[in-house]
Design a protein around this ligand. Structure first.
Ligand code: ATP
Ligand code: MG
Length: 448
């Protein structure tokens, strides 16, 4: 992509009302534009990151055996009356009336809708288990939308739902999502720690929030340092195997959010130097809730003996749009974002220091073409801006690699190559820089 054709409205000043780094940087780097309280447009650069995160989530859901579908954003109040949540949900639900006076709502989540879908289509015990998901916009009229996309009112969520015949089978579905989440966040370069979370009136041990540690996080969390070092299951993991040992490995070490924290247990089960008491960002939440919806909504299948079996359900959310901010919180410096390759809006920034000069233009055009041919995503700064502005802008948007071509380099036959993560610079022959960088990108995109 040529920057001259792109739309990248970067801001020089730090937006006054943005309190945390990711919010500031997303505004400054022209990734988002606020449309209303907690509502954002995704500008081209931000949109690319959102789509990359979404795609990683999708690939890992698919790998775990979940099946993608799509439910609407607008739902009927009637459905929510069946579960009793139309009144219970309160002011966070955005309620709408259509022209016929029918009560509608903008979905904050989809348990009711998916339960109705299974109720209509799954008739026999032979139709289960089922694990379905979609990636769809939600609306929650949050009391205090803040921190940009971290706590929006309109936000993109992956929500999966499992349907099983009994609790043992439901646990197997739960374990699939637990394992998929470990892999999902690791692929984005994040260390997300599964932490015991509140299960409400249902009880049991099947609720975990996946939390990334960050000073700007909204949750107070407590965990064992050893969790940070645990290695995540590889891509050869067979999701039809027994995944309980994986789940046990991660849940045997102490990790709990504020609401579930037990100070005595924390002190007795974690050695002092391993005790982390910190703040964190909730990027995912998995939850088994049994018959909470299937019972009031009468979602049953016929058992082997012809008797009705109520569906045992769980739901599994990932905050896709929140993750864009979460990744920035984990990877940035004063100058801007430092994207991990897997979610970077482009892999490489190519800077032409003297656009309009025949020799630098020709060299850049050739490198640009070679990179694109090699499947590398390049943002080519072919604009007439001054060098200082180009450098600052490229650092701000934080593409992992930069290639800089100027008249001096043309003379010596060298391009400057810079790694954004640590600022390391080196000279690479202009003739081979594209192949060199393409190799590095390919390597950085490889994952287990
Ligand atoms: P929170 O405790 O942060 O309000 P929640 O527990 O209400 O979140 P869930 O219903 O578990 O959220 O939703 C699943 C995921 O969706 C969360 O783990 C989070 O990553 C994301 N999410 C929830 N609310 C928001 C929001 N207002 N803005 C952006 N992402 C959100
Ligand atoms: Mg939650």
């Amino acid at each position: 992509m040529r920057l001259s054709q792109f739309y990248l409205p970067v801001m020089k000043e730090t937006p006054a009302d943005a309190q945390i780094a990711s919010h500031r940087l997303m505004l400054r780097a022209g990734m988002i534009r606020q449309a209303g309280a907690g509502i954002y447009s995704w500008l081209p650069l931000g949109f690319r990151v959102l789509k990359k995160i979404e795609q990683i989530v999708r690939e890992e859901q698919n790998r775990a055996g979940a099946v993608e579908m799509l439910m609407p954003t607008i739902q009927q109040a009637e459905l929510w009356r069946e579960s009793g949540r139309y009144d219970a949900y309160g002011k966070e639900m955005l309620r709408i009336e259509d022209r016929g006076g029918r009560e509608m709502l903008f979905g904050p989540t989809n348990e009711e809708m998916i339960t109705e879908i299974l109720r209509a289509g799954a008739k026999s015990y032979k139709d289960l288990p089922k694990l379905l998901y979609h990636i769809q916009w939600k609306f929650r009229d949050e009391v205090r939308p803040r921190f940009g996309v971290m706590r929006g009112r309109e936000f993109l969520m992956k929500d999966a739902y499992s349907f099983d015949l009994d609790e043992a089978a439901a646990r197997r579905s739960y374990n699939k999502m637990f394992t998929a989440y470990l892999r999902t966040f690791a692929r984005m370069g994040l260390k997300a720690i599964p932490m015991r979370a509140d299960t409400g009136p249902i009880g049991g041990d099947l609720s975990h929030e996946f939390i990334i540690l960050a000073d700007t996080g909204e949750s107070a969390v407590f965990c064992d340092r050893q969790l940070i070092e645990l290695s995540v299951p590889g891509k050869d993991t067979d999701f039809n195997d027994d995944l309980q040992p994986i789940v046990d490995r991660f849940t045997s070490l102490y990790a709990a959010t504020d609401e579930m924290h037990d100070a005595d247990e924390f002190e007795t089960s974690v050695s002092e130097q391993n005790r982390i008491s910190a703040r964190g960002i909730e990027v995912g939440h998995i939850f088994f809730f049994g018959e909470k919806y299937s019972e009031p909504m009468k979602a049953v299948v016929a058992g082997n003996d012809g008797k009705d079996i109520p569906l045992q359900m769980g739901s599994y959310g990932v905050g896709v749009s929140r993750l864009v901010g979460g990744v920035i919180e984990a990877f940035h410096d004063e100058q801007g974002c430092k994207w991990p390759m897997a979610v970077a809006p482009y892999h490489v920034g190519l800077i032409n220091l003297k656009a309009g000069d025949a020799a630098t233009d020709a060299a850049c055009a050739k490198i640009y073409r070679e990179l694109e041919d090699a499947g590398v995503e390049v943002l080519y700064d072919d604009t007439s801006a001054r060098a200082g502005e180009k450098f600052a802008r490229m650092d701000l948007i934080g593409l992992p690699y930069q290639i800089v071509i100027g008249p001096r380099g043309i003379k010596s036959g060298e391009a400057e190559f810079k790694r954004r993560a640590d600022g390391d610079r080196s000279e690479v022959a202009i003739d081979s820089v594209a192949a060199h960088v393409a190799g590095l990108v390919e390597e950085a995109l490889r994952y287990d």
